[in-house]
Design a protein around this ligand. Structure first.
Ligand code: CA
Length: 231
């Protein structure tokens, strides 16, 4: 992920240095703020590609910064990863309900943090793609609203089923391997077995009812959507 700017809002200077070192090595540019107020100002001025936001901060805590940024049109779509000091569920829930896209518990591995950063940035870039509604025959998938319909009737899909269907439709008839489906539906830092993917695909097919044949198995490779004509 070259040429992306990451804003680090964290009051532990050693941790900021460590983050900067690792992110520069991965090709990111960084901005740093050691308190919430400055972090919020930098976010407004520079509109970074991602914000790493500590929860416990001087001058304005991470929750307040996240709420303020989510309330402003220029900053509301910036992906945010919250750093929490403890793995207490209440902190995590607070972070996520305030608009963080993901969280990492301290101490964390750089590898995990960077993988999660890439996942949330990729997700964010997909959200602004112009083709938010994809259709194929009777099937309609609206990405921005996370809704699927067949013959104008809503189909109740789980998030995972929805992401699988979305990825297959976006591939427009090209085969996707189980690995590709996995990284789209679960994110790159999550590892699931082939069997798990197959179970979700089976459940998805069941919900497609009479149109279940639309999801084709390509033996030994993966899955694709039937019905696209490629010359
Ligand atoms: Ca802190």
């Amino acid at each position: 992920m070259k040429n992306k700017t990451v804003l680090i809002v964290e009051d532990e200077k050693d941790l900021v240095e460590l983050l900067e070192f690792n992110l520069h090595r991965e090709g990111y540019r960084t901005l740093a703020a050691y308190d919430g107020e400055t972090g919020q100002q930098l976010a407004r001025q520079h509109v970074p590609d991602l914000i790493i936001l500590d929860l416990m901060l001087p001058r304005k805590n991470g929750q307040e910064v996240a709420m303020a940024l989510r309330a402003e049109p220029t900053t509301k779509r910036i992906p945010m990863i919250m750093l929490t000091a403890k793995s207490e569920e209440s902190d995590i829930v607070v972070g996520l309900t305030l608009g963080a896209d993901d969280y990492v518990t301290k101490p964390f591995s750089m590898k995990v943090l960077i993988a999660r950063m890439e996942t949330v940035m990729r997700r964010a870039s997909q959200e602004v793609r112009p083709s938010d509604v994809m259709t194929l025959g009777p099937l309609k998938v609206d990405r921005s609203r996370h809704r699927a319909e067949i013959d104008d009737q809503p189909v109740a899909l789980t998030l995972t089923e929805f992401r699988i269907l979305e990825a297959l439709l976006a591939a427009r008839g090209h085969v996707l391997s189980r690995d590709q489906l996995m990284s789209h539906a679960w994110g790159e830092h999550v590892s699931v077995t082939d069997r798990t993917i197959d179970v979700h695909v089976t459940a998805l097919r069941k919900k497609l009812g009479g149109h279940r044949h639309i999801v084709e198995t390509v033996r030994g490779v993966g899955y694709r959507i039937a019905g696209y004509n490629h010359e």
